[in-house]
Design a protein around this ligand. Sequence first.
Ligand code: PMV
Length: 329
Amino acid sequence: MKATARAHPNIALVKYWGKRDERLILPHQSSLSVTLGPLSVTTTVEFHAQRGDDVVQINGTLARDGERARVVSVLKLVRREARAAGRRAPGLAHVTSAGDFPAAAGLASSAAAFAALAVAARVAAGLPRDVRAESVLARQGSGSACRSVQGGFVRWNRGARADGRDSYGEQLFDAGHWPDLRLLVGMVSREEKEVKSRDGMRNTVATSPYYPAWAKDAEVEVKRLVPLIRRRDLEAVGELSERNAWRMHATAFAARPPLCYLKPETLSVMQACGRLRKQGVGVWFTLDAGPNPVLLTSARDEARVAAVLEGHGAASVVRCSPGGDVVVS
Ligand code: PMV
């Protein structure tokens, strides 16, 4: 009863920001992301026959408190599913998870971690592979994780059901759809962010007067984005992604207390993007709930864009392109 899964993080082009159900992690709006290969998190789950406390190790250290509780809650759901499927309920679990990029710096490490956990845990429990069930499970660990079970371009459908069964990530285009696309992560800070996404979005939903407009607009933007990705229109995808990032952060700035994930270097990179475009370079930014911007560009302009990132305060640049589905071993 042991399985290992490897998943890529993802970067949202239309962001998820705000829950309509905190317990099941159901969003107010749909979102759309692309996975970031080659970055990955690998998670192994081993269930034992005996009962007892689950042991969770993340990046070499024992997880505690909230971090451990989130993993344990996913394991509980898997045991329940195994019982419902008529299998012997798995006992205590040993979970080890390690990523090859820094956690909690706005790079969605939790997305890759919970996608890998969901798949590894279900396989270890003897459940058959089922990407929708895996995505629904991953979502309950970390919302954006439902978009990392499958690779390439994935839409998280908002869904309408109260039980969340119709709120899952659905692959629209696989990792091979757009080989020329590059996503460059500028590491302007490796510190853990002060306000976790979970708390930041709760505060935004509760206090930002712009929140209803955000949720409505994001739903429309997801629909607009699909045909642009289909025809691999970098300029149109870049423009839409950039304005969606501005809108998410503007909604968060308007919360009480205000929420600002940008560092001076972040803004400097964002402004440099605009200047580069005037010089004919096809580059646009997006930004999750952290200080590290992700630049969308093409293979042709990759080196030039990386140099600009480094010139504006990025200590390093991680070069990515769309990554594949979760891999089980
Ligand atoms: O899934 P969480 O709780 O890590 O929230 C992710 C929120 C953003 O990264 C800012 C946006 C997104 O859609 O990934």
